[in-house]
Design a protein around this ligand. Structure first.
Ligand code: SF4
Length: 272
C-alpha cells in the first residue's frame, strides 16, 4: 500500500488518485479470484482450494433462487419495474447459466415453486426504499500481476456529495462474512477507479436491514494480505498436491468434496 490514512484524506481534498501497490504473489499457474471464491476460501480453505482445482459443487436451490432474484433486480434497476414477473423470470432462466442448473432444482413442479419464491423475493425488493444508483451491475476485472486476476460484479454504485457507496442486495440476512465480500469490492474499486469508496452497503431483502460499512485503508491492506495469503496457499497446495485446513460449518452441505471429508460429513449430520 502506498498511502496512509492522513495522506489519503489529502489526496481526496486535492482530488489526486489513490494508488494501491499489490505485493509480488507466490508464482504459480494463473488464478482468477472472485468475491465468492475469496469468501469460500476464507470460510474453509480446503473448499476454496477445490474451487481453484476446478471442482465445483452443485448449485444449491437457495443459490439458484438467489441468482434469479439478482437477475430480476438487475432488470428492474436497468429498465424499471417488471410487470409480468414470472414471464421475465423464465426469460432470464432461458438466457443465462440458470438454465444449466435446472436439474439441481428438481422436477418441473419444484422448478415452478423455486420460480415462485424468486418472484416473491423480487416483490419484497420492490417495496424497499432504494438508493439512487449512478451505475448498475458494475463488473470489474483487474490484472493484479503475477498471473493473478481479481474480479467482481457489484449490484450498483451510488454517488453522493459524501462520495461513492457500493451497494449490494442480499436475498437473506446480512451475515458477518458479507463484510469480506464488500471489502473485496472496495479493493477492486480502488484498483480500477483510484478512489476510496465512502462506504459499502448491504441491503437485506428478507429483513429490510441496511448495513453500512465504512472503508479504510487498513481494511484494504488486510484484504490485500488475505488475497496474497490465498494465492500463496492455493499455489503451494497445487504444487505438491496436498490439502489445506478444513473448517466445517453450514457451508459443508454443498461442498463438492464432502464425500471425502469426515469433518464435513459429521457436521452435516449434526446440523441435519
Ligand atoms: S466438507 Fe466442509 S470442512 Fe470439508 S472441505 Fe468441505 S467445507 Fe471444508
Amino acid at each position: 500500500m502506498v498511502v496512509g490514512v492522513r495522506a489519503h484524506s489529502l489526496l481526496r481534498r486535492l482530488r489526486l488518485p489513490l494508488m494501491i501497490e499489490l505485493p509480488s504473489f507466490t508464482p504459480g499457474p494463473p488464478i482468477a479470484i472472485s468475491a465468492s471464491s475469496f469468501q469460500k476460501f476464507l470460510r474453509c480453505p480446503d473448499q476454496g482450494l477445490s474451487h481453484f482445482r476446478g471442482i465445483y459443487g452443485q448449485t444449491s436451490r437457495d443459490g439458484w433462487i438467489g441468482q434469479l432474484v439478482h437477475r430480476l433486480i438487475a432488470r428492474d434497476l436497468t429498465d424499471g419495474p417488471i410487470d409480468d414477473i414470472e414471464l421475465v423470470a423464465r426469460i432470464e432462466i432461458g438466457s443465462t447459466n440458470l438454465n444449466f442448473d435446472l436439474a439441481a432444482i428438481g422436477r418441473p413442479s419444484d422448478i415452478r415453486r423455486a420460480i415462485a419464491e424468486a418472484v416473491e423475493v423480487y416483490v419484497q425488493f420492490r417495496h424497499l426504499p432504494r438508493p439512487e444508483l449512478s451505475e448498475i451491475e458494475v463488473s470489474i476485472v483487474h490484472d493484479a500481476g503475477g498471473d493473478v486476476t481479481l474480479k467482481g460484479r457489484m449490484d450498483g454504485v451510488q454517488v453522493t456529495s459524501d462520495g461513492v457507496s457500493i451497494v449490494d442486495w442480499k436475498k437473506g440476512p446480512i451475515r458477518p462474512e458479507t463484510r469480506h465480500q464488500l471489502t473485496f469490492y472496495g479493493l477492486l474499486w480502488v484498483l480500477e477507479r483510484q478512489a476510496l469508496p465512502n462506504d459499502l452497503q448491504a441491503i437485506s431483502i428478507q429483513t429490510g436491514e441496511r448495513a453500512s460499512f465504512p472503508v479504510s485503508i487498513a481494511d484494504l491492506e488486510r484484504t490485500v494480505e488475505l488475497v496474497a495469503g490465498l494465492v500463496h496457499d492455493v499455489r503451494s497446495a497445487l504444487l505438491v498436491d496436498r490439502q489445506l485446513s478444513r473448517e466445517p460449518g453450514p457451508w459443508c452441505r454443498f461442498c463438492p468434496i464432502l464425500d471425502g471429508c469426515g469433518e464435513g460429513q459429521e457436521t452435516v449430520s449434526l446440523l441435519a
